[in-house]
Write a new protein. Structure first.
Length: 266
């Protein structure tokens, strides 16, 4: 798998599909994107706002914040400040989250056909764990930063796919506050990292929940999200080979019951 990634060349639509940019590192920006970065730089300079080099380097965080803020430079600067305030809380020690990782609330299940890491969230286990938002976020920070360091390839693969599985979760059990809290934080800390997000096996009342959660998600991200109670198998098959999918998702991998940690980078 690693050698395949080395040989992988993203297509133009893998780099930018319409208005949605997927690859930010080592690629030219278009005029509208360069304009957004210039607006960010001009605003911060004129208002004597310190901007670390990492915000303006080849990872293009300034552009990500401007896109996430829909071009509103003041909001983009607020995103930057919250992001910078968050960085000193990292890294999350393995010892802090290892028990949760071993229980498989959230785990990694290979890659998509285009090598995006595949992350599974078992909502039933999240509910049963009675986990609070701060603890859940800390576990997610550990996992997502591990993915960034070990599975993403700047300039080739910069996004991940998430399956949130609500199998066996009743409508009144859906952890709305947790979902809202995670969504709001990830939109800043992991801006433009989502390739696709599937929420599967949802209870009927999820439509009402989704209306609430969607208020915290920008329009471009909304296009990447699929919520389905049934009939989602072919969508996953088109995106992910059976060798990287568990049987319960239409693949050939036995359903994982243990060995969730340590992760496999392949």
């Amino acid at each position: 798998m690693e050698s395949s990634i080395e040989n992988y060349i993203p297509s133009p639509t893998d780099i930018k599909d319409g208005k949605t940019r997927k690859i930010f590192t080592g690629v030219p920006l278009d005029d509208s994107e360069n304009s957004l970065v210039e607006q960010f730089i001009e605003y911060t300079r004129s208002n004597n706002i310190e901007v670390p080099d990492m915000i303006l380097d080849d990872s293009r965080l300034a552009l990500k914040f401007m896109l996430g803020a829909k071009g509103n430079v003041e909001n983009a600067v607020k995103m930057m400040k919250e992001y910078l305030d968050w960085l000193p809380t990292l890294p999350v020690p393995e010892s802090e989250v290892i028990d949760l990782l071993r229980r498989g609330l959230v785990y990694i299940s290979g890659r998509t056909r285009k090598f995006n890491p595949l992350i599974i969230v078992n909502i039933r286990k999240v509910v049963d764990s009675k986990i609070d938002l701060d603890t859940l976020l800390r576990m997610q920070f550990f996992l997502l930063n591990w993915v960034k360091d070990n599975m993403l390839v700047p300039g080739k693969v910069e996004t991940w796919v998430v399956i949130k599985d609500a199998r066996g979760v009743g409508g009144t059990e859906m952890p709305i506050k947790l979902i809202k809290g995670m969504t709001a934080k990830f939109a800043i800390y992991y801006c433009h990292r989502i390739e696709r997000s599937f929420v599967l096996n949802v209870p009927i009342m999820m439509n009402a929940v989704w209306k609430i959660v969607s208020l915290f998600i920008d329009a471009e991200t909304l296009k990447k999200i699929t919520i389905a109670r049934s009939g989602w198998e072919q969508m996953l098959a088109n995106l992910i080979s059976p060798e990287n999918l568990e049987e319960k998702y239409g693949g050939i991998i036995p359903n994982k019951e243990d060995d969730f940690w340590p992760f496999n980078r392949n």
